[in-house]
Design a protein around this ligand. Sequence first.
Ligand code: MN
Length: 198
Amino acid sequence: MSDDQLAEYRSKRDLDRSPEPSGEHAPRGGPIFVVQKHHARNEHYDFRLEVGGVLKSWAVPKGPSTDPSEKRLAIRVEDHPLEYATFEGVIPGGEYGAGAVIVWDTGTYRNATRRDGQDVPLEQALADGHVVVELCGHKLRGGYALTRTDVDERGRERWLLVKMRDAKADAGRDPLASEPESVLSGRTVEQVAGEASV
Ligand code: MN
């Protein structure tokens, strides 16, 4: 829903004082994104975008930033099923990706990729190696750019995940540290790991 459509709604309310929703974070029925925190051998975050019925996925060793000057390495990994977006639990020892997983953030997103003044469909943007999405999550909001840089020695695509300079950019915020819990269960990845070993 565009801001214009809610202009009257907002003009009638002081949403700093009223607990009513601003409509800024409402699910728009759009495709979803999810960021999972994965307590594997090397702790990392998995950034996933719903595209064409699957979750296009990147492993982000340092996790996403809200600071536009931070470029975060994002290694493209295999597509995951849509149902993975709500997965929290522990992948058993010896299995691929062994370790605890939580849903660190999730919400909807909008494809905002443009080239030469034209909208670029997401499949095309992925193939081109440059994707801009506008996230509407609990922790992450606003534009993020994903740009492919090269291929590593194991044949995996390396991309950079960077916060766009917009109203949601905030170099002083570090939600990885200040908001470590799952947005689904309120648990930390350490709690999930600990529950499994009891
Ligand atoms: Mn992972």
